[in-house]
Design a protein around this ligand. Structure first.
Ligand code: BF8
Length: 508
C-alpha cells in the first residue's frame, strides 16, 4: 500500500525566504540569481525592483490565464462565440475611459490571450526593465482577469445553469454519509458537476458533495453540500468513505492521486489540461460527453463501494447550516446604498480568496466577525467556507456569493451601489481583503479590484516585502492613476486597528 502524508505534515517544509520576497530570478540560465539588497544586481544587471516586478507579473499572468481559460472552456462547451466589446459593456463608463486613455484594455476579441502571452514575453530576460511599466501590465491583466475571466465565466454559468438562489445549505466534512455511496466533485469548472447533479437524482443511494469552487457553484445553485475547501480536500479522501472523486481543473492537490490509492477512492479527471497519474481520464468536451460520463461515474462509484477498507475519520458532528446563493440581483443594492448614506453601516468589505495554512486562520476569521458589527461582509471561495465553519454565513451581515469567479458579483454590487449614490466606486467605503492568499489567481483578483479604484489588502506576503520600491509603488504611486492601493498587513489586529482609526476604509 502506498504511503502518503496530509498537508499538515508537509507544512514542515519551510518556504524559501528569498523566493517568498520575490528576490529570486529564474528567468535565464545565468542564474538563478538571489538579490538580497537594493544595491545588488543579477548577472544580466536586473535590479531587485525589476526582479520583484517581473515575478509578480508572471504570477498575475498565471492567475489570469486560469480564469480566462475557465470562461473559454465554457464558451466551447456552450458552442458560443466571444461577446463583442465585452469590457466596454460591463465596466463603469468613467473607468473604461480611464483605462482606454492608459491603453490597457484589449479591444479585439481574443486579444486578451495575446496580452497574457505578451506579459510572459516582456518579463523574459532583456525585454522590459521598467518596473513601473511592468506594474501597469499587472493592472492590465487584472482588468482582463476581471472581465474576460470572472465576469464572463459567471455570466455564462448563470445563463446556462441558472442564477443562484438564496437558500439554506450545508457545509463541512460531516456532509459525507457513511451509509451511502459518496461522490465528490472538485475543481472550478462546473459543467460536468451540473450534469451529475441531475443524474444522481435518479439514485437515492448516492450522496454527492462538492469541494472548492466547483462545490461552491453547485451549492449556490442546487444546495449540494460543500464538504471541503482547498485545505480539507485531502480529508475528504482520508475519511475512507469516498468512493469516487471527480476533478476538473485548479486547486487539486497533486497528493490526491496517492491518497486515493491508499483509501480505495477512484480518481477521475475530465479536463484535458488536468491530467493526473493513476487517475481514470474521461474527456469531457460537450454536454453530450458530460451526460455519458455522469452515468459512467455513477456506475464506477456503485461498484467501488464494496472496496472500502474502513472509515478512518469519525463524522460524529452535524454539518454547519449556512445561507447561500446571494448574487448581484437578489441583494438589495439600493437598500445597501441607503444604509451607507444614512451611516447605518460603515461600509462593505469583500473578504475573498484562499485559506493559507501558513496564516492563523482563526485570528483572521475573528477580526471579520468583529468588523461585521459595523460592516457588511461579502465573501466567496475558500475563506467563505471558513466563515461557514464558524456559523457566520447567516445572510444578515455575512453574504456568501459563491465561487472565486463569482467575485465579479462583488464588483457588480459595488458598481450598482456607486450608481445609486451617483459616486465613483473609489469614493465609497469599500475594501477588498484577501487575508490568506495561496494561488496566483488570488493575486490577479487583487489587481482587478485595484483597477476599479478599490483598496486591496493582502494578509500574506506575495513578493511585496516592506521596503521594496515595488511595494511603495503599489501603496502610493498606484493612487495617481487608479485611486487605489494594494497593501500588505500580515497582522489581523493591526488591520482591525487601521480600519478603526480610519487609516483605510474611509467613512462615507
Ligand atoms: O478559486 S480560494 S484555494 S479553491 S484559488 Fe483555490 Fe484559493 Fe480556494 Fe477556488 Ni479561489
Amino acid at each position: 500500500m502506498k504511503q502518503t502524508t496530509l498537508i499538515s505534515e508537509r507544512l514542515k517544509l519551510e518556504p524559501c525566504p528569498i523566493g517568498k520576497d520575490g528576490f529570486c530570478c529564474k528567468n535565464c540560465l545565468m542564474g538563478p540569481c538571489r538579490i538580497l539588497t537594493k544595491e545588488q544586481q543579477g548577472v544580466c544587471g536586473a535590479s531587485q525592483d525589476l526582479i520583484v516586478a517581473r515575478n509578480i507579473l508572471r504570477f498575475v499572468a498565471g492567475g489570469t490565464s486560469a480564469h480566462c481559460s475557465h470562461s473559454y472552456h465554457l464558451l466551447n462547451y456552450l458552442n458560443k462565440e466571444y461577446p463583442k466589446n465585452y469590457i466596454e459593456k460591463k465596466a463603469p463608463k468613467y473607468l473604461y475611459k480611464l483605462w482606454d486613455n492608459l491603453g490597457i484594455i484589449p479591444k479585439i476579441r481574443f486579444e486578451h490571450f495575446k496580452d497574457i502571452s505578451e506579459s510572459l514575453h516582456l518579463s523574459t530576460m532583456g525585454v522590459n526593465s521598467d518596473y513601473k511599466d511592468i506594474m501597469k501590465w499587472c493592472m492590465k491583466l487584472g482588468i482582463i482577469d476581471g472581465y474576460y475571466g470572472m465576469y464572463l465565466a459567471t455570466e455564462l454559468e448563470d445563463e446556462k445553469f441558472g442564477k443562484t438562489k438564496i437558500q439554506e445549505g450545508k457545509l463541512n466534512l460531516f456532509c459525507l454519509n457513511p451509509k451511502k455511496i459518496n461522490i465528490a466533485v472538485h475543481g472550478h469548472e462546473p459543467m460536468l458537476a451540473e450534469i451529475l447533479v441531475k443524474e444522481i437524482k435518479k439514485h437515492k443511494d448516492i450522496n454527492l458533495v462538492g469541494i472548492c469552487c466547483t462545490g461552491s457553484s453547485i451549492l449556490s445553485r442546487h444546495k449540494i453540500p460543500l464538504a471541503a475547501n482547498f485545505l480539507l480536500q485531502e480529508n475528504v479522501v482520508a475519511t475512507g468513505i469516498l468512493d469516487v472523486m471527480v476533478v476538473d481543473t485548479q486547486c487539486i492537490m497533486p497528493s490526491i492521486s496517492d491518497l486515493c490509492e491508499c483509501y480505495h477512492t477512484k480518481l477521475i479527471t475530465t479536463n484535458e489540461l488536468a491530467r493526473i497519474p493513476n487517475a481514470l481520464h474521461l474527456s469531457m468536451k460537450s454536454e453530450k460527453d458530460a451526460k455519458e460520463i455522469a452515468k459512467e461515474i455513477i456506475k464506477i462509484a456503485k461498484e467501488n463501494k464494496k472496496n472500502r477498507i474502513k472509515q478512518t475519520i469519525k463524522l460524529n458532528k452535524k454539518p454547519n447550516k449556512i445561507i447561500v446563493g446571494f448574487n448581484e440581483d437578489n441583494i438589495n443594492t439600493k437598500e445597501l446604498a441607503n444604509k451607507i448614506k444614512n451611516k447605518e453601516i460603515k461600509g462593505i468589505i469583500g473578504v475573498i480568496g484562499c485559506t493559507n495554512p501558513r496564516t492563523n486562520i482563526n485570528d483572521w476569521i475573528n477580526v471579520y466577525k468583529h468588523l461585521s458589527k459595523d460592516y457588511i461582509i461579502l465573501t466567496t471561495g475558500c475563506v467563505g467556507f471558513e466563515f461557514g465553519k464558524n456559523d457566520l454565513l447567516d445572510g444578515k451581515r455575512f453574504f456568501h456569493l459563491g465561487s472565486c469567479v463569482n467575485n465579479s458579483r462583488i464588483a457588480e454590487i459595488f458598481k450598482k451601489i456607486s450608481e445609486h449614490l451617483e459616486k465613483e466606486i473609489t469614493d465609497l467605503p469599500f475594501l477588498i481583503s484577501c487575508p490568506m492568499p495561496i494561488t496566483e489567481k488570488s493575486i490577479a483578483i487583487g489587481f482587478f479590484f485595484a483597477s476599479l479604484g478599490i483598496d486591496v489588502h493582502f494578509g500574506y506576503n506575495f513578493m511585496i516585502s516592506s521596503d521594496s520600491n515595488v511595494t511603495h509603488f503599489l501603496e502610493n504611486t498606484l493612487k495617481n492613476e487608479f485611486k487605489s492601493k494594494i497593501f500588505l498587513d500580515l497582522n489581523p489586529n493591526s488591520l482591525y486597528n487601521k480600519i478603526n482609526k480610519k487609516l483605510i476604509l474611509y467613512p462615507y
